[in-house]
Design a protein around this ligand. Structure first.
Ligand SMILES: Cc1cn([C@H]2C[C@H](O)[C@@H](COP(=O)(O)OP(=O)(O)OP(=O)(O)O)O2)c(=O)[nH]c1=O
Length: 217
């Protein structure tokens, strides 16, 4: 808690989750911060020679700025954007285009470690905080039957790297090193620091009545 005589931010500040990802909304609800959701139309195309880290950071920043642009001149609003991808041997793993692409990714990750990078960016009218968080994930050895069976569940299609650790994808995982929420798409530990720096007093919210209003902007 800040000391009682410290300057208080306008309360409650409005937070926009600039994302259409239900996983990100669920993670934000978990920490009880009120927010509204707004999916953005940021194009996800990696530039030639852009590293995975630079790419994921650029997209999180573009999504965050796009969310802020929706509210015009309102200086009390903050916008949170995020982007997630997998990385193995410098190869960037996004959402699988089709089964062939998915099976290729699974073979790349089978029996070894890969990285999941999530970038988050919290932007206000005159300040912005961003970072890229890395979690190392080790997969079991995956055989063709497991790869095909998992694809047929439908779960892999809209997920970076083609799996959801919060779902049946957990069965592919042997161990993880680092933030779990980062793999799901929003590193809550890093986000907590950003909310504090932005003066969004998440520790004051009444967890019984807040959480997401999950309305749209
Ligand atoms: C690795 C992994 C990814 N994912 C998801 C998180 C993201 O929703 C998705 C990565 O795609 P993103 O392009 O980061 O996000 P998105 O298109 O779903 O949503 P938006 O751009 O509107 O914010 O993969 C999981 O849900 N579980 C996992 O274990």
């Amino acid at each position: 808690m800040p000391p009682p005589d410290s300057p208080q931010p306008s309360f409650p500040p409005r937070l926009i989750l600039a994302s259409g990802s239900p996983r990100r909304a669920e993670l934000l609800m978990q920490i009880g911060v009120p927010f509204s959701s707004a999916a953005t139309a940021v194009e996800e195309i990696r530039q030639t020679d852009e590293s995975g880290r630079d790419y994921v950071l650029r997209l999180a920043q573009e999504k965050s700025r796009a969310g802020l642009a929706l509210v015009g001149d309102d200086t009390t609003v903050w916008s949170l954007g995020a982007d997630t991808l997998g990385l193995v041997d410098d190869e960037v793993l996004e959402k699988p285009r089709d089964f062939t692409d998915f099976a290729r990714m699974m073979r790349l990750m089978s029996g070894r470690e890969h990285s999941v990078l999530t970038a988050i960016c919290l932007s206000g009218s005159d300040q912005s905080f961003s970072d890229v968080v890395e979690t190392r994930v080790r997969f079991r050895t995956l055989d063709r039957a497991l790869i095909e069976g998992y694809w047929n569940t439908g779960e892999p299609r809209d997920k970076a790297g083609g799996y959801g650790i919060q779902g049946m994808g957990a069965l592919l995982v042997e161990s993880i090193h680092g933030s779990y929420s980062n793999v799901v798409g929003l590193p809550l530990e890093t986000l907590a620091g950003f909310l504090q720096r932005a003066g969004i007093p998440y520790w004051q919210f009444d967890k019984r009545s807040s959480g997401a209003d999950a309305g749209t902007v």
